[in-house]
Design a protein around this ligand. Sequence first.
Ligand code: AMP
Ligand code: GLY
Length: 424
Amino acid sequence: MNILIVGGGGREHALAWKIRQNPDVDKLFIAPGNGGTALLGTNIPLQDDDIEGIVTFAKDNGIGLVVAGPELPLVLGLQEAVSKFGVPCFGPCTFAAQLEGSKAFAKNMMQETGVPTAAFRVFDSHERALSYVRTHPLPMVIKADGLAAGKGVVIAQTMHEAEEALHDMMVKQVFGAAGLTVVVEEALIGEEASFMAFCDGSTIVSMPSLQDHKRIGDNDTGLNTGGMGAYSPAPILPEEQYHAMADLAIRPITEHLAAIGQPFKGVLYAGLMMTVNGPMVLEYNVRFGDPECQPLMARLKSDLVEIMLACVKGTLSPERVEFLQETSCCVVMAAHGYPQAYPKGMAISGIEEAEGIESVKVFQAGTRLQDGKPVSTGGRVLGVTALGTDLQQARERAYLATKKIHFDNSYYRKDIANKGLRRS
Ligand code: AMP
Ligand code: GLY
């Protein structure tokens, strides 16, 4: 079977690495891919929003499965576009993808289906949003409704910040149409955790819990990023709670979508806040997290292609999805300056030495190959991922491996998994 993965980050390298382990996979294409995926298949110069180009490529190259890495192609209708030509797509339909594409849609569905989430109001008038915000207690959270490259959430500590956020989104339109509608919600306090499940439209199979590290600086300081590291399982969400968590955060949504004829097929990701009043859902993603996918693929024992096909066909069963008991930890190495302006084009060395350490795999994110050697092209450059018998060992191996890798202006957090260690 020929497979096309859409996307070009660390997540897609991890997916390609896992998919390559299936002996029935003939040609593997990645659009646009990166320096890591180029070692496992053929990178295709198509961007992830080029739905027409992806469909044409899939038709012309006998693709038997399209795998959507990021959310954008799903929100733009990739699933229907390729399915129309009989090509299965791992990822939900456009309607279900609104769970990530529109925060108002997600919040309304949570409210309708009884999923615990922060109290909220939705506005498309700046004037009305402003008068509501002026009566709302601080801190409060202001979110652009649409996709805003992870930058559309402001946790306002002062009224000035809240008013400024509304002005930026609704008047200055810094996120374009994505900010014309906003969600204003109560700020929740707690530790965050990530919970994902494979879904085939009716059956859901939980994956091990994870914890991401969204801020750029140690001890969760500084700007929000796409994620600076992750580990699995997260002791804050132990295995004995997965079943209850699936019932709380995943099943109400998938059952509702099935009932209205829009079954969810793919990965549903609930971003959770573990509050004193119990877990609450902050947001949904309709795909694997990145970097979360990297430590997750390191632990996945079962065949990923079979799982993905089962999700598409509606034949998923828990027996198909097995994870290693070991713990995994991923440390993201970024270019200094990320998530703001950062230098590019740095030559990367030491990946082989890093992978010489037991149970270490280095996934590439913002890289390309130049004369067969990786150079940086993005803010998040590598995801240095290790397995261990426990979190301490996985973390030690990952950090040991980062020390073998060199590129100019490299930066990584030094405290990945510390929260987990304190609990374990
Ligand atoms: P979201 O894209 O909705 O997950 O928001 C991005 C980040 O903003 C989350 O990972 C949280 O760290 C934070 N956040 C979002 N909503 C809230 C909330 N209601 N209370 C506190 N923090 C939040
Ligand atoms: N790491 C957060 C995300 O993938 O949304």
